[in-house]
Design a protein around this ligand. Structure first.
Ligand code: URA
Length: 234
């Protein structure tokens, strides 16, 4: 791929804007030799103002999503892209979230520009486990774990039962719930189905990958070992 297109696809600007970067001699190789818009040079050997380029396509990251941000590119309020470098919103292929977390839910959100990987993670066949910590409005009754594990629980307005999910009670009004599906507002609706109400919801883990000490609002690139954890048992 010609460098003009490579940089435009990474979100460094429109083709016209990127063309200026070349004219100004700001794009170089590792030895500082000026590169040109029509050159074809591997991504890793290109520098802009002496700095390596943003990651090449195939980018996978995890974001510690705070409450109050929407998983959308356009929304009148705050969106997850506000937490990433502005260029990431302009990349082609587009950087998308892998599934969604509600605006009021915090936690581990994967994002990638690799469509195949995204589908592998969300595919029901992969049954990637998502773990949630819920704070509840009412005391747990004691029968919720059996109900969630039954494989027969139906959500309002749906016609197929939920796959079995695992509930671990962590306090009178708190629990960890591990699911392999990703239905709309699933955790909130599951607790509503057993007469409770979720007051706060956080996702600390996807597969065996955890947020670790990633601060709220921060993100980090994932490598092969992290990805293998996504597909490992929780
Ligand atoms: N279930 C919910 O209810 N909300 C989320 O954000 C994720 C799962």
């Amino acid at each position: 791929m010609k460098l003009l297109r490579l940089l435009a696809n990474l979100g460094y600007g429109s083709r016209k804007e990127v063309a200026w970067l070349f004219r100004e001699g700001r794009v170089t190789d590792l030895d500082g030799e000026v590169l040109y818009a029509d050159d074809r040079v591997p991504h890793g050997q290109v520098r802009l103002d002496g700095e390596p380029l943003d990651p090449a396509p195939g980018l996978v990251l995890m974001l510690h999503k705070p409450v109050g941000y929407t998983c959308s590119t356009r929304d009148p309020g705050r969106v997850i892209y506000d937490l990433l470098p502005p260029r990431f919103r302009l990349r082609s292929p587009i950087l998308s979230s892998v599934g969604r977390l509600d605006r009021e839910t915090s936690g581990l959100l994967l994002m990638t520009d690799d469509g195949q990987l995204l589908h592998r993670i969300v595919s029901p066949k992969a049954a990637v486990a998502k773990t949630y910590a819920a704070a509840l409005a009412e005391d747990l009754r004691g029968d919720e774990a059996a109900s969630f594990a039954s494989g027969t629980l139906m959500l309002d307005g749906e016609d197929t039962p939920l796959a079995p999910a695992q509930l671990e009670v962590t306090g009178p009004r708190s629990a960890r719930l591990t699911l392999t599906e990703g239905r709309y507002h699933q955790v909130r609706r599951m607790f509503a189905a057993v007469g409770n109400h979720v007051e706060a919801l956080h996702r600390p883990q996807v597969g065996a990958l955890t947020l670790g000490d990633l601060p709220e609002g921060a993100w980090r690139l994932l490598g092969e070992a992290d990805l293998a954890r996504v597909f490992s048992e929780a």
